[in-house]
Design a protein around this ligand. Sequence first.
Ligand code: SF4
Length: 461
Amino acid sequence: MAINPEYKDFTSRAAQAINNPGKQESVVLALNQHETAINNALKQFSKLSVARQKAGYLKYKVINELDRYLIEFEDNFLANGGKVIWARDAAEAKLEIKKIIKNHQVTKAVRSKSMVFEEIGLGQSLKNSGVEVVETDTADFIAQLAGEKPSHMGTPNRIFTQQEVSDLLHVKLSAPENLNPDAAKEFTKNYLQQKIAAADISITGCNFLISDMGGIATTENEGNSLATISLPKIQLVLAGIDMLIPALENLDLYWPLLASYQMGKTISPFNSIITGPRKEGEFSGPEELILILIDNGRSKVLEMQKQRQALTCISCGACANVCPVYKLVGGETYGTTYQGPVGAVVTPFMKDFETYKHLSYASTLCGKCDSVCPVNIPLHNLLLYNRNYSIKNGFVTPGESRKIRWITKAMTSRKILDMPGSGLKNFLISISMKKSWGTQRALPTVAPKSFNRQLKENNNS
Ligand code: SF4
């Protein structure tokens, strides 16, 4: 049977990352600094466990009644003067966006804070239509200059050195050589401000869709996103259908939780609620506000009674920060828009289960991810449910299935477990598991006597 190319790429990227200690160090450095900040920010909650329970409960309620909440949100959003376009998948979303680009003769776009933008591959599609797109979040802009895709939901990919930033600005944007950090910051700020002022359209993500008021909530560090929604004439918002919260008042819970877990801040410096296009008498804001509501595989996650809880995710990225696998291999290894534990749960359903099932196995099942999730998603259990789904649906090779049968038989037979001697058992383990176990770790070995046998001998002596 041919090896799945996604799995092959994943293992080869993982091997490269593991053999690149410099890169690992930069990932771990960024994550460790971040973890300290998160722990400090979380001190603001007098009862953190209650806050997490409430946040999880409210999102889960919305996910379980999504049809009702989506309609309520749409009605309110339309009443506020916005337009809604529903897209079943990435192709449909890109087709609709292409029509908007054509109708408005768009040639320049600015974007900010949108994972969905990456998910649907909008960058390439806009490039094909001749539209220049500039990222406006400074860290993401530097990554864009370096040709790197985002590899973490909450934080920048890695910390670029001062020299790297200065070289990128010099080579790509003809900035003077060897800029110091303040000069590099000033140069970038001016460059982005010019791009925002000249853009025909802004393409943004959102953090929450507020059902009871038809509003869009965004949160950010720098205020660039606020500028992108204030100046261009058209604003396009990309949102998954799972981003709803019931009411405006719930933001007093979600905003501090997200700021703490995502950025290590008690509250983000810039929080905005967009309630429709610019109204008469207002001096800023888009003339047209269009929301693209995207399914793109989310309803397949929704169909799964257990795994649907992963749709309550608020994209803070905390589960990736603490995941030993993510720390070792880094976000790029996953080869997907959503990485880390939650990405490993939802991606197989959102894309193609058989092709991406290996992600559910890229976990030690240590449960650290569950312990930090602000909405209490039992991630490691959901990964086990994914593995179970994979086997039940026959997404295993005949060899794997044979091995599972043998192991099940051996592990459930008292006679085999108590068989004296470990030589034959260790030999069978080595020939059946050596290849899949890999070369970086020692194969497990069986003790010469089973526990049951030792107990009987002790009792008889
Ligand atoms: S699953 Fe939980 S911890 Fe992970 S990104 Fe989503 S909300 Fe954050």
